[in-house]
Design a protein around this ligand. Structure first.
Ligand code: XUL
Length: 536
């Protein structure tokens, strides 16, 4: 314990949907302490499932704000009880589930700035919120507000060009608009609206912490190019919103020092720096140490892509956020719903449920699948909005079935071609130095990763992303400590362990996919227009 207690380092927090987590990372960038408080299990009085309450309409999803406050009390007490030496903490930062919002009642600022060290936070902040159940990212009850916002700024694409995304139900501007429309009294009694990320940072600061550019990009309110609130969007959502949000700041800003509450109650050093908190996805990008031209592919239940972009072209799909580690640049997030479940289905149908057989099929078929192309969307896909299975032979004629091994390759090539095409649609370009970082269940399968390397023409590395939002936050704390904006994040994190190389493009890969990629894109357009009924 003594050895552990003496390590100097930074804390990285994650206020996620199901739990609050923390890691401590030392100056060599090794994680030396982790802890968590699980909402359902450790705070059962709030009666959440998976950290949330799904309301009767099935669309409204909220979390009690005091559960988050109490979770912070609990985790700090756990750390103290385990002998964690807070006096060695140089700086801290954190992440929050994106899009969720917290409504601070008029007068809350006073309570926040005058916290008494002998009482838990929860006791002192219990009357500080004008809305007790905060809308979170799983909420999809704001379709009306989304349409209103898009109409107010000239349509979905105009909104996307301005804010990085078309209107999405979970995005905070639409959530705020709903609260203002349905609960105007609570809204008018709100002095500050924060995201989950800067709510958590405010608890540490003992005063309101600004929203950072990166998480602020998930609100449909921030002009991502100019980094200022869009007056048109603010006006469309709710009155007096600009003063309730406060000005946004670069994600690597040092926003202040921890409140004396933490110094006196837990022994944090006086002046321990707080670096702006951000969203969990931006924090994960920092943990993976993505750089310009890199792409991270999480192969899970659904597949997610994170891209580093220099010049984004916002579209009707996907999200562009300001980059959390470099304020000049951007990141994009793309979600593909048909991920592992679809791969498992085809494995069961065509490879007797065996990954070994599945891999064998990938090895025994050729890059480009002799022209056979397939789309496999058993559930309505998000990117693009297509449903069903569609197979095409080399002559672009739709066919009803493929032999098993062709089906397997068509599925995996199709999934990765879709990722490349839609990433390119947002302005992404493969560069000579591009790395692909793969994570998630399917990243353990070398043959699947080989197809990924071939389709993108770039090497694939595997990386462990357990606790990535926390670890990325701790890295960001080191970055802020070293000067933030004036210092390259990559220089700070270069000593962190490198990901493992798993696959390099096969000879001839770029030729094989050069022609296939535009064909895939064209067939996708064909299916989409058929679905829309615009083809005779
Ligand atoms: C991203 C999103 C989720 C949450 C999960 O747009 O809604 O990934 O950030 O915590």
């Amino acid at each position: 314990m003594a050895g552990r207690a003496a390590r100097r380092g930074c804390l990285g927090w994650d206020f996620s949907t199901q739990q609050v987590k923390v890691v401590a990372v030392d100056t060599e960038l090794n994680v030396f302490y982790e802890d968590s408080v699980h909402f359902d299990r450790d705070l059962p009085a709030f009666g959440t499932q998976g950290g949330v309450h799904v309301h009767k309409d099935k669309l409204t999803v909220t979390s009690p704000v005091l559960m988050w406050v109490q979770a912070l009390d609990l985790i700090l007490e756990k750390m103290k009880a385990s002998g964690f030496d807070f006096s060695q903490v140089l700086a801290l930062s954190g992440a929050g589930q994106q899009h969720g919002s917290v409504y601070w009642r008029a007068g809350a600022s006073r309570a926040l700035t005058s916290l008494l060290p002998d009482l838990p936070l929860q006791q002192q902040l219990k009357d500080c919120f004008s809305i007790s159940d905060c809308p979170v990212w799983m909420d999809s009850s704001t379709t009306t507000q989304c349409r209103q916002l898009e109409a107010a700024v000239g349509g979905a694409l105009a909104l996307s060009r301005l804010t990085g995304s078309r209107a999405y139900e979970r995005f905070t501007g639409n959530q705020i608009a709903k609260i203002h429309q349905q609960n105007p009294e609570a809204y008018s009694h709100t002095e500050r609206v924060t995201l989950v990320s800067n709510f958590a940072a405010s608890l540490f600061l003992g005063s309101y912490c600004p929203i950072d550019y990166s998480d602020g990009s998930g609100m449909n309110l921030l002009q991502i190019q100019d980094k200022v609130w869009s007056q048109a969007c603010l006006r469309a959502c709710a009155p007096h919103l600009e003063e309730k949000l406060g000005p946004p700041v670069p994600s690597c800003s040092v926003v202040g020092a921890v409140s004396s509450y933490y110094v006196q109650r837990y022994g944090f050093p006086v002046g321990c720096k707080v670096v702006a908190f951000t969203g969990d996805n931006p924090a994960s990008l920092a943990a993976m140490r993505l750089e310009e031209g890199d792409i991270a592919v999480s192969l899970g239940t659904s597949d997610t892509l994170f891209l580093w972009l220099q010049e984004p072209t916002p579209a009707l799909e996907g999200h562009i956020f300001c980059n959390p580690v470099d304020p000049q640049h951007y990141m994009a997030l793309l979600c593909f719903k048909n991920g592992s479940l679809m791969r498992e289905k085809i494995r069961d149908e065509c490879a007797s449920g065996s990954w070994r057989e599945f891999s064998k099929a990938l090895r025994s078929t050729e890059m480009g699948n002799s022209g056979s192309v397939g789309f496999y969307f058993d559930v309505m896909e998000i990117t693009p909005e297509i449903c069903g299975r569609h197979r095409f032979n080399a002559g672009n004629a739709e066919v009803s079935a493929f032999p098993g091994d062709v089906e397997i390759r068509a599925l995996i090539e199709g999934q990765f071609m879709a990722k490349r095409i839609h990433a390119e649609g947002l302005g992404y370009r493969v560069m000579p130095k591009t790395k692909i970082l793969a994570t998630g269940g399917a990243s353990h399968n070398k043959d699947i990763l080989q197809v990924l390397a071939d389709v993108f023409g770039a090497p694939v590395y595997v990386t462990d992303t357990a606790n990535s939002a926390c670890v990325g936050s701790a890295y960001r704390a080191f970055h802020g400590l070293a000067g933030g904006t004036g210092m390259a994040f990559s220089d700070i994190v270069k000593i962190a362990p490198n990901p493992k190389l798993a696959a390099t493009p096969s000879p001839g890969a770029s030729q094989a996919y050069e022609a296939l990629l535009p064909r895939y894109a064209e067939l996708e357009r064909r299916i989409l227009s058929q679905a829309l009924g615009t083809l005779e």
